[in-house]
Design a protein around this ligand. Structure first.
Ligand SMILES: [Ca+2]
Ligand SMILES: [Ca+2]
Length: 184
């Protein structure tokens, strides 16, 4: 993706708050690999997050990818399939297939309603894809349908007009739930 998160000022009465409680059960002796932001700093919201800058941590921690190699061979040496393209944001895009996901540590500047846009495209083989965005495990945007293509450009923008985000550091997850898609 680029994921653009633009802040809009709204009265507090329009805001609602969702709390989720997640209990982690850790078996004795099991140490979960550390998840840290790529480059060392959380991505600021509002702002643009380049999809190839997913967190460090590895398979099952900061991403899930179904093939062990980087099929695109670009940018980072992980299982995530990153491709170089001059018309992609920051010069790279990621191909996701059903069930794959990426996580990003973000620092949200204030609790507010945000506009979120996802930049992506699909291929003629799989003309429609569905993406979900989670923050700390909560689906904040519902189903985002990605269409367009064929090929990898131009990139298309899908706008989610009202996403409630809470201030502070959080983990944002981008998951492709249906077919295949390319996100820049
Ligand atoms: Ca792969
Ligand atoms: Ca990019």
């Amino acid at each position: 993706m680029d994921v653009n998160l633009r802040c809009r000022t709204l009265s507090k009465s329009l805001l609602f708050t969702c709390f989720i409680v997640v209990f982690f059960l850790v078996a004795p002796g099991h140490v979960r690999a550390a998840q840290t932001p790529y480059g060392g700093n959380a991505w600021t919201v509002p702002g643009t997050i380049e999809v190839e800058n997913f967190d460090e941590g590895g398979e099952g921690v900061s991403f899930h990818d179904l093939t062990v190699t980087n099929e695109g061979g670009a940018y980072r040496n992980t299982a995530v399939d990153i491709y170089a393209s001059t018309n992609a944001g920051n010069g790279y895009y990621v191909v996701l297939e059903q069930g794959e996901w990426l996580e990003f540590t973000v620092n949200i500047e204030q609790t507010a309603l945000y506009e979120m846009s996802v930049h992506g495209t699909v291929t003629s083989t799989y003309p429609s894809a569905e993406i979900h965005v989670f923050v700390d495990g909560l689906d904040v945007a519902g189903t985002i349908s990605i269409q367009g293509g064929p090929g990898f450009g131009p990139w298309y923008e899908w706008l989610v007009p009202a996403v409630v985000l809470k201030a502070g550091q959080h983990v944002m997850k981008l998951e492709l739930r249906l077919t295949w898609g390319s996100i820049t």
